[in-house]
Design a binder for this molecule. Sequence first.
Ligand code: NI
Length: 178
Amino acid sequence: MTLRTILHHPDNRLRQKCPDHELFNNDLKALVSDMFETMYFEKGIGLSAIQINIITRVITIDVSKEQNKQLVLVNPIIIEKKEPVLFSEGCLSVPGIYEKVERYNFIRYRAKDINGNEFENNASELLAICIQHEIDHLDGKLFVDYLSDMKRSKIEKGLVKQKRTSSQVKRIDNPYIK
Ligand code: NI
């Protein structure tokens, strides 16, 4: 297992549309293992492969407090969504920023597991929000894209400033970062 480096917004590599993942082999198992290790280390509840610069449709999620409910989604798609909800979210690729975004409180999704077996399931609340957020990553989209231009531009300026003075910036311990 290896801790991977997470790309930070604004970085054009986060803006790529990822192709479907094709090979269900030991490389995928190693990737997923690195993703969980990196995600837990960074105190995130979800991570997409693109955030560690692997351009493929693979997501790791664990929204449990005990960090014992690992979910791997390969080539996930949302097939039903209902009940729009405003939810405050953050992102490991946009550190320190938390903003309300409109999502759906209930979804039904289809994906492949780590062995390539297709399955469908329902998700609600935090898990549903997290899946929507991670699938956006696979399409090159970030949660800040839902904000007004003015707010996003302020965030981008703030992040540039934060990079320059990173030694003074403390990590915020928030359970809702993805
Ligand atoms: Ni994210």
